[in-house]
Each structure stands twice: as structure tokens, then as C-alpha cells.
Design a protein around this ligand. Structure first.
Ligand code: BGC
Length: 705
């Protein structure tokens, strides 16, 4: 037995049944909770949520004194087992980075990892040792408000970011005082909630579950994630919190996950509402049997498991197994040696200049330039600039959902930030979202409209039935645009919005998402050309709400788009293509692709696919070069394209570089008609290009062997 296992074994042998069940219980000081329970050994973990229940309330972080107080109570319990203190540290703690969907747009795993490392350093300052992140739910429906919290629609991008985020939070050694235990959530299929209604049921066919929804979780497990959270969703008739096949057979059996599974908030007791459990004892037994080790706040475990064991309905071995997993993570997190947090860290580790700098760079890197007619951006040679719209004075509105520890006063208001960055000689005027803006438009050389959604409109249970801008904004944009001045439309949002009409009325569109604490300065740098917008879309932008779900890696159908004839898949009232495809984004220079080369037209063990990328514009720039594949004939229908790899290259004006990807057979594997995973021989198309619709196309064969 390895050393750590013998320690756990020994500890377990001393525990009473009640103490064991206590380890499986997560409490929140937000709810009616008597801290005395800690001393009695009835609490394994705490969720330090402090009122920020769905991440919509800011500025309410706990304090290191409170956390240390709870840990001291644990030290006074019979076996002195430390608590694991968790919190939703989703895209930053005090230094709020762009929302996760925006981070995904940067296509920059290294930057995501660095931001997660900052979040870990900051959160641990205040005694947090466990974050309920990364959120790895694939989302194909932007009506669902939680699309803001994830990495978009693509399994490959989602997997790369999963690894990066786990590494950023946990590091190589999560016992380090500046590291957190990560939690891959929400396992699994949560993004498939019907109609985009959060908490709704969903259905995902097995091959799609395997090939699209599961890969980011598998990557997180491979990267060593310490914990996994079971989702609220009823997936294919089995609530995720009671799904033994996924929580035990797949997660532990197939992938070898060694950490513990925590339920989502009350999702154990919610098995009663789902209608698969008759009462709390039944719910607890089902969830534990499925593989949920810790019950988040429903107390169904605490209140019922001991009796169920006594009655022989739950084997004590099941409880032992869950306790062992939880103790193992506490041990790996170094809590037995260092349960307390050093109170002198805040000044040193919170909101450092380098963290702010990273937040600013990340915001620039995540903004997506969607349109730039006549190279209106970056703004040059304009003297009188009018800035108008609901976000002109934005501060905490720049944070986005789930930023409970962000402080509005840490943010330079947007108007002030733009003033600080604007070049000399430029006169900036600001107007709210009102008639005055129209009046002042006449006196301006160019108008910047700051429109979009308040953070409250995305995130948990913040779904919309209409993907257009919030009421009135389209009319306002149209009214300003009608006055004939050049207009730059900046959109702040937690989701792709259907901005078809506004895009057609203005000259430039910059999608800024919710850019975080340095959002104002980052926007200024991008508008005035001190930085270039670096983002590419991590999710397809629909033209209209009715086009949802729409995603790039769809199947071809028997009547595909692009063939002639009347009976093809389409709407009568809308063209079929999305407004902007996955992978798309402009920047301040342009790139040309040429000379696609394959090292062979047969893939044996590896195939090199390369193309020349040239910066054909006037400025240095970063291009996200994307590799896509299509499997032409399969035992099941295959997506029209799948992203297989990407590389970012920085090129000077006129510079050309050959960008090379290596393809291996395992990258072509999928869930086949017989349910097994593997590659099927046959022909494949391959593209290297700037997005999921364009690129240089080649072909190769994977032979029978
Ligand atoms: C959310 C989780 C979150 C948990 C704890 C739940 O409502 O679904 O994502 O981690 O609350 O705050």
C-alpha cells in the first residue's frame, strides 16, 4: 500500500459510521448551519458562497479569519480531519478575467492556464482550497445562459482548455499554498437542456455523448483533476446525479478517475423531483450507488445514510470507498499538514500589477472583430468621437456572470479608461443610451456604440427566448446608424447574440463579451490600435433565434446545403448559413493561405499537413491557424468538419511561415456503429484554414490494415 493510502486506511479504521458520513457532507454557511456541526465531525467540506448563490452578487467574499475559524473547529473534532473549503472561482477571484466563453475565443490555452493560476493564487489567500471550475459543458444553444461559463461548442477546443485550466488551478502539486483543487463540472450533458432552459431535461445520443460532450471531461481527468461535479440534468431519462454508468463505469472504470465526485447544489435530494427516488433516503442511496461521493448541501446523506446502513440498504463498504476518495483529495491538497491559511498574504498576492496586465492582455486576445468595413478600426484620424450606449460608465458590468469576489471599485469605469487610452488631440464625448446620443451624433466624426447584455442576463438560470439584443437596442443602433456617420458597434455579452440587423447597419463590429476587470482599458487599446483584437469564435453565431441549435460540426444529411434543388434542408424565411461561423474572427491585418502540403496521401502512423500562411496586411498580427478533417464514409454519419488542431502564429507584415500539423490515426477515432471507438479505413478531407468554413482542402486515405 502506498504511503498516502496507508495513512487513509489508518484514519478510516478509527472513524465511526457517523464520522464517515460527515465527510460526505458539504455544508454552506449561507444556509441554516450550525458551526458546531464541524466540531461534531458532521461536515467534510464547506461551500463558502456567502450569499452569492448563483454568482450574480459581487463583492461578498469570505474572510481568511472566518475560514481559519472553521478549520480550527475541525481541529477540535475528535479526529481533527480538516475541511475542504470550496468556492466558485470561475474566471478569476479579485482579478476578474474575461468570462470563460471569451477566454475560449482567445484560442490560447497557455493564457487560460496562466489566468487560472492567478485565480488560484488569489483565492487561496482567503483560505479557499477548492474551486468549482472548470465548467466543461459543450453548449450548442446560446439561449442557455450558462454558455457564458464554458468553452463553447467544440470538443477539441474544450479539451485543450480543460487540461490547461486544471493545470492552472492545481499546478503539479495541489498542496502548494497557492494552488486549488479543481472540479470538472457539470458531468455531463448539462448544456443539452431542451430549449436552452437551464435545469431542463435533455437527450443526447450515445455517439454524440461520447464524441462531443465527454471528451473535455476525459481530458480533465487525464490532466489529474481532483474532483468532478455531477450535473442537475436528467439525461436520456437518468438524472446525472444518479447515473452509475457515467459516474462509475465511464469516469472511474474507463478513465481511471481517482478523485471524488460532488453533487451539484441539492441535486441529491432533487432526485425526488426527478421522480426516480421516493424519499431522501432513497435519493441518497441512489446517488451514492451511482458514484456521488459528496452531497452538496441537501443533507440527504447526513440525515439518512446511517439508518440505511443499519437496515442493510446501503453497504458500509460503499461509504468507506467515498470517504477514502475524499480523504485522498484532502491529503493531496496538503490539508492535513496545513489546514490554516497564512493571514499575511493578501497584500502580496491579491490584484497584483502583473495579474491586471494579464487580465488586460487576455481581454484584448478574446475580443472578436466581426466586421471592419473600410478598415474603420483601429480608429485613426478622427478628432471628435462620440461614445454612447448603456455601457458607457460600466464597471462591475464588465465582469460577467460568476464573479462574486470582484469589486466594482477595482474597475476603472469604461469612459474613464477610454479617456486614459485615447490619443492626444482626440475629443471623446459620452452619452447615455438616450436621445442626447442622437443629437450628439451630428457633431461627431465617428460613433462608438457600447451595447449588449448586462451580466445578469447570462449565467445560471438566465436563459433567453430571444437572442436579439435586449429590447430597444436594435432600434437605437438603427437610429444612430441612419444619421450617416461611421459607427463602431461594440457588444458586451455572455453569449452569441443574433445581431444580423445591427451588423448590416454599421461599419465595424467588435464582440467584447464580458471582458473582466481591465475591460475598459483593453477596449481602448483595441479601438485605438495599441492592441489588436485576437479572438476567434468558439461558437457559431446564428442569424436568428429560430436557427438554434446551429453548430459547425453538424452532419451532412441526405439533402445537404449547397446542392441545387428545392427539397433541401433549409428555412423558408432565412438563409441557412450562420451569421458567423465557428473559428471566425478578423484582426488588424490580413492573412493568406497557400501551398497545402501532405507528407503522403496515405496516413499510416502519422501524416504531416502543412500550409503557408502570409501576413498580407500592414501590421503585425496573430492568426489562429485551424486544422479540420472530414471522414467521408463511416459506419455512422460523420460531421461535415471537425477541428483536429490549431496553432497561433505571430507574423510581421509580409512574413510567410509554413505551419505544420501532425495527424495521427487516434485523432480520427470516433464512436462507431457497433458502439466501439476507433478509426475506420477510407478517405478523408483535410483543411487548413482561418475558420470552419474556409481553408485549403486536401485529401488522404487511412488504409485497411
Ligand atoms: C451551480 C454550480 C455551482 C454550485 C455552487 C450550483 O447552483 O450549478 O455550478 O458550482 O451551485 O455554488
Amino acid at each position: 500500500m502506498p504511503e498516502d493510502e496507508s495513512f487513509i486506511h489508518h484514519l478510516l479504521s478509527q472513524m465511526t459510521l457517523e464520522e464517515k458520513i460527515g465527510q460526505l457532507n458539504l455544508e454552506s454557511p449561507d444556509l441554516a448551519f450550525d458551526p458546531e456541526m464541524i466540531r461534531q465531525g458532521k461536515v467534510g467540506a464547506l461551500l463558502n458562497a456567502s450569499g452569492a448563490l448563483t454568482g450574480q452578487v459581487t463583492g461578498q467574499q469570505g474572510s481568511v479569519e472566518t475560514v481559519n475559524h472553521f478549520q480550527r473547529l475541525a481541529q477540535e473534532s475528535r479526529l481533527k480531519i480538516p475541511l475542504l473549503i470550496g468556492r466558485d472561482v470561475i474566471h478569476g477571484y479579485r482579478t476578474i478575467f474575461p468570462i470563460p466563453l471569451a477566454q475560449a475565443a482567445a484560442f490560447d490555452p497557455a493564457m487560460s492556464q496562466a489566468a487560472a493560476a492567478v485565480a488560484a493564487r488569489e483565492a487561496t489567500v482567503e483560505g479557499i482550497k477548492w474551486t468549482f471550475a472548470p465548467m466543461l459543458d459543450i453548449a450548442r444553444d446560446p439561449r442557455w445562459g450558462r454558455i457564458a461559463e464554458g468553452n463553447g461548442e467544440d470538443p477539441l477546443l474544450g479539451s485543450r482548455l480543460a487540461e490547461a485550466l486544471v493545470r492552472g488551478f492545481q499546478g503539479k502539486d495541489m498542496a502548494r499554498p497557492d494552488k486549488l483543487v479543481a472540479c470538472a463540472k457539470h458531468y455531463v450533458g448539462y448544456g443539452a437542456a431542451e430549449g436552452g432552459r437551464d435545469y431542463e431535461s435533455g437527450e443526447i445520443a450515445e455517439p454524440t455523448l461520447r464524441d462531443v460532450y465527454l471528451p473535455p471531461f476525459e481530458s480533465a481527468v487525464r490532466a489529474g483533476v481532483g474532483t468532478v461535479m455531477s450535473a442537475f440534468i436528467d439525461l436520456n431519462g437518468v438524472p446525472a446525479t444518479a447515473n452509475r454508468r457515467l459516474l462509475t463505469e465511464v469516469l472511474r472504470g474507463e478513465w481511471g478517475f481517482e478523485g471524488f465526485v460532488v453533487s451539484d447544489w441539492e441535486s441529491v435530494a432533487e432526485l425526488i423531483y426527478h421522480g426516480v427516488a421516493g424519499d431522501r433516503a432513497h435519493a441518497a442511496a441512489l446517488a451514492l450507488h451511482a458514484g456521488v461521493d459528496m452531497d452538496m448541501v441537501s443533507r440527504a446523506y447526513l440525515d439518512t445514510l446511517a439508518e440505511s446502513v443499519r437496515q442493510g440498504r446501503v453497504p458500509v463498504a460503499k461509504i468507506d470507498e467515498a470517504v477514502r476518495r475524499i480523504l485522498r483529495i484532502k491529503q493531496r491538497a496538503g490539508l492535513f499538514e496545513n489546514p490554516l491559511t497564512d493571514p499575511s498574504r493578501p497584500a502580496r498576492d491579491l490584484l497584483t500589477p502583473s495579474a491586471r496586465q494579464l487580465a488586460r492582455a487576455f481581454a484584448c486576445q478574446s475580443m472578436v472583430l466581426l466586421k471592419n468595413e473600410g478598415d474603420l478600426l483601429p480608429l485613426q484620424g478622427f478628432r471628435r468621437i462620440l461614445v454612447a450606449g448603456p455601457f458607457v460608465h460600466a464597471r462591475s458590468e464588465l465582469f460577467g456572470t460568476w464573479s462574486p469576489d470582484g469589486h466594482a471599485e477595482d474597475v476603472t469605469p469604461l469612459d474613464e479608461a477610454l479617456r486614459q487610452v485615447a490619443p492626444k488631440g482626440v475629443s471623446l464625448r459620452f452619452a447615455e443610451y438616450n436621445d442626447l446620443a442622437l443629437h450628439l451624433t451630428h457633431e461627431a466624426d465617428v460613433v462608438i456604440l457600447l451595447m449588449g447584455e448586462h451580466p445578469i442576463r447570462s449565467g445560471e438560470n438566465s436563459n433567453v427566448s430571444d437572442l436579439r439584443l435586449p429590447p430597444g437596442q436594435e432600434e437605437f443602433i438603427a437610429a444612430v446608424a441612419a444619421l450617416g456617420k461611421p459607427v463602431v458597434l461594440v457588444i458586451f455579452a455572455g453569449r452569441p447574440l443574433a445581431i444580423t440587423r445591427p451588423v448590416s447597419q454599421v461599419q465595424a463590429v467588435l464582440y467584447a463579451w464580458h471582458p473582466g476587470i481591465e475591460g475598459g482599458a483593453a477596449l481602448g487599446e483595441v479601438l485605438f490600435g495599441l492592441a489588436a483584437p485576437g479572438g476567434r469564435l468558439p461558437v457559431t453565431f446564428p442569424r436568428a433565434t429560430g436557427q438554434v441549435p446551429i453548430y459547425y460540426n453538424h452532419k451532412n444529411s441526405g439533402r445537404p446545403l449547397g446542392r441545387d434543388g428545392a427539397f433541401l434542408t433549409r428555412y423558408n424565411d432565412l438563409i441557412s448559413a450562420p451569421l458567423f461561423p465557428f473559428g471566425y474572427g478578423l484582426t488588424y491585418t490580413t492573412f493568406a493561405y497557400a501551398s497545402l502540403r501532405l507528407s503522403s496521401d496515405v496516413l499510416h502512423d502519422r501524416l504531416e499537413v502543412s500550409a503557408e500562411v502570409t501576413n498580407t496586411g500592414p501590421r503585425p498580427g496573430r492568426e489562429v491557424v485551424q486544422l479540420y478533417v472530414r471522414d467521408l464514409v463511416g459506419s455512422l454519419t460523420r460531421p461535415v468538419r471537425e477541428l483536429k488542431d490549431f496553432q497561433a502564429v505571430e507574423l510581421q507584415p509580409g512574413e510567410t511561415r509554413r505551419v505544420t500539423f501532425v495527424l495521427r490515426p487516434e485523432q480520427l477515432a470516433f464512436t462507431r456503429a457497433d458502439g466501439t471507438r476507433g478509426v475506420e479505413p477510407g478517405r478523408f478531407h483535410v483543411w487548413i484554414g482561418p475558420d470552419s468554413q474556409r481553408g485549403l482542402q486536401g485529401e488522404f486515405e487511412y488504409p485497411f490494415r
